[in-house]
Design a protein around this ligand. Structure first.
Ligand SMILES: [Zn+2]
Ligand SMILES: [Zn+2]
Length: 383
């Protein structure tokens, strides 16, 4: 198949995925669509249902050499799309507004090319990973028994970047995107009649003090790099005019560029919570959810991305700062030598998770070229 035909086919496939989005952990039909689309290929192995509805294609040279993993995410978001396109989402309230439809199409393109130009050494694993948006998928894949066989020596992933020059490659040594964790705090006092608040213990002052304290935690001088605390939700009692509240909830999203700063931040939140609750005689419970480790790239792997983009005459820019958002590729980056890179979606392109966002098909070819060049460098040229 000519390159042009392949790109056209991938665009249509991408639009088909866009029309049929599925939420994190529910990508059952998406997995099937990928398998159907790649049904003409002859990989040496396919692992279905890895880490949920993930699927991995293994191209094995049969010779010694590195295991290289390329990863695309495949889940959509619980947002209603507001685009005026003929392939608009048909799954109500769910839409591909982060471009994971495009990421999947790109790695389907790479799979097509690798099927023709087989590895000479080692193995290539092309992983379509579920549940990225909730931070659950990468970890589930890594913990899946089937993954034992394909633990990579190097792993590569990418994200499209609205607000950045179209078809430019963006790299960063060290952290590419932040660690983040959701924090759920429940406060328990004692409710009473609203006419007799003194007979209960209203957690209102404790809640107010905690919000203030949490908002100032990130400005304290105890961190090595950027940290951020965002209070995303707070609730006190019920709407009942006859009752003094007895409980409250507060939720935070906390972020950091470094994993050790995340550990410090959690410690500080815990000690602030203990102190303030003790003062107000309020019981508390703390839980964490949607944990993303910092997405830190390895120097050797970043150099490979850079050289590969250069070989393909693709402009490459080194980012000054890491992104504040998180990527669950951080789980791969924490366990294996990895690099994560960005491909610009265009300066004026609607932002990720925006109801008007749609993956730009014009960046499919550029993204494939970089992955294919990395592949050639690691599993063909060195053979
Ligand atoms: Zn997203
Ligand atoms: Zn995304």
């Amino acid at each position: 198949m000519s390159d042009k035909n392949l790109i056209k086919k991938l665009q249509l496939f991408r639009q088909d995925l866009h029309k049929n989005p599925e939420l994190s952990g529910k990508e059952i039909k998406t997995q099937k669509r990928i398998i159907d689309f790649l049904s003409n290929l002859n990989p040496d192995k396919i692992f279905k249902n890895i880490g949920g509805y993930g699927v991995a294609y293994i191209f094995d040279s049969g010779n010694n050499g590195p295991i290289v993993l390329f990863r695309a995410d495949m889940d959509a978001l619980p947002i209603t799309e507001a685009n005026n396109i003929d392939y608009i989402s048909t799954n109500k309230g769910v839409a591909h507004l982060c471009g994971h439809d495009g990421h999947t199409a790109v790695l389907c393109g790479v799979a097509n090319m690798v099927d023709t130009y087989r590895p000479v050494i080692g193995k290539l694993v092309i992983l379509f990973q579920p549940a990225e948006e909730t931070g659950a998928g990468a970890e589930l894949v890594i913990k899946d028994k089937k993954f034992e066989e394909i633990k990579p020596d190097c792993a590569f992933g990418f994200h499209n970047l609205p607000g950045y020059q179209k078809n430019t490659c963006f790299i960063r040594y060290g952290t590419f995107s932040s660690a983040s964790t959701g924090v759920i705090i429940k406060l328990k006092g004692l409710s009473s009649h609203a006419a007799y608040p003194e007979d209960g213990n209203n957690p209102d002052k404790c809640l107010a003090e905690l919000i203030n304290e949490f908002n100032s935690i990130s400005t304290q001088n105890r961190y090595d790099d950027f940290v951020l605390v965002t209070v995303i939700h707070a609730k006190l009692g019920e709407v009942a005019f006859g009752t003094t509240p007895g409980d409250a909830t507060i939720m935070l999203t906390i972020r950091s560029y470094l994993n050790r700063d995340m550990d410090n931040l959690i410690q500080n939140i815990n000690s602030t919570l203990d102190q303030v609750c003790k003062k107000h005689k309020i019981n508390h419970q703390i839980n964490f959810t949607e944990h993303f480790p910092a997405n830190r790239s390895d120097e050797y792997c970043v150099n490979l991305v850079k050289e590969s983009a250069n070989t393909c005459n693709i402009d490459t820019i080194e980012l000054d700062n890491a992104f504040r958002w998180s990527e669950d590729f951080g789980h791969f980056a924490s366990n294996f030598k990895s690099a994560f890179f960005g491909i610009g979606s265009g300066l004026d392109h609607p932002q990720l998770h925006n109801e008007n966002y749609d993956f730009p098909d014009e960046i499919i070819a550029t993204s494939i070229k970089i992955f294919f060049e990395i592949y050639k460098n690691l599993l063909i040229k060195n053979g």
